[in-house]
Write a new protein. Structure first.
Length: 215
């Protein structure tokens, strides 16, 4: 597990290094290249952004990880909205992954979210990773994607027991997570050139997408 890691709020002077970190962490992971660093850049200015849950992990004075949260919602069939949290990107430098830094960030931030009074978190991610934190398939709660599918990547955690009892519908992560691909590509030009390529993790990403079931 990670040692001597301090978790603190992100500061303005951290912004660029966090974007560099996020780009490095996600490059070629889900698709060739990535746009998660552009998400980190734009999310901070979004109305749904939760500054209190924008956290970095620092080790020996170096930023080694980051997690960001935003407000989202479940929209029921009758149009009623129920507030929840979502998070992402969650980033750790590639050479420091699998050392517990990401786990510390998730556990610490979820605990802080609970302390702030939030009741539930819903995310898109790999269930093989997130079940360790207590996340369950959204289908267990009759919560589905906006495209009327149950996706294995869509996962739910009740921060307060029974918070989602009687609540079902479509998870809406919000406009903050809907990125303009042209703007993301233009933003990436401000970083050091890097070749896009294929990694086995992209196959896992496609498997999760393909496993979605109609509701």
């Amino acid at each position: 597990m990670a040692k001597d890691v301090l978790i603190r709020r992100e500061r303005e002077e951290d912004y660029r290094i966090v974007e560099e970190l996020t780009r490095s962490a996600f490059w070629d992971v889900n698709v060739p290249g990535c746009d998660e660093h552009y998400l980190a850049h734009t999310l901070r200015r979004a109305e749904a952004f939760i500054a209190e849950l924008d956290l970095v992990a620092e080790q020996q004075g170096r930023i080694v990880g980051n997690i960001m949260y935003a407000k989202a919602q479940i929209v029921s069939g009758c149009g009623e909205s129920h507030p929840v949290l979502t998070f992402g990107p969650l980033s750790v430098w590639p050479e420091l992954q699998k050392q517990g830094i990401g786990t510390l960030l998730v556990r610490h931030s979820l605990g802080k979210a609970y302390d702030l009074g939030y009741s539930a978190a819903i995310i898109y991610g790999d269930p093989d990773y997130y079940r360790r934190f207590g996340f369950r398939p959204a289908m267990d709660f009759a919560i589905h994607t906006p495209y009327a599918t149950y996706s294995p990547a869509l996962q739910v955690l009740e921060l307060q027991q029974g918070a989602l009892t009687g609540i079902s519908g479509a998870f809406e992560e919000g406009e903050a997570y809907h990125l303009d691909s042209a703007a993301a590509s233009a933003f990436d030009k401000d970083f050091a050139p890097r070749e896009k390529g294929y990694r086995d993790s992209q196959r896992r990403f496609q498997e999760l997408l393909a496993a979605a079931l109609p509701i």
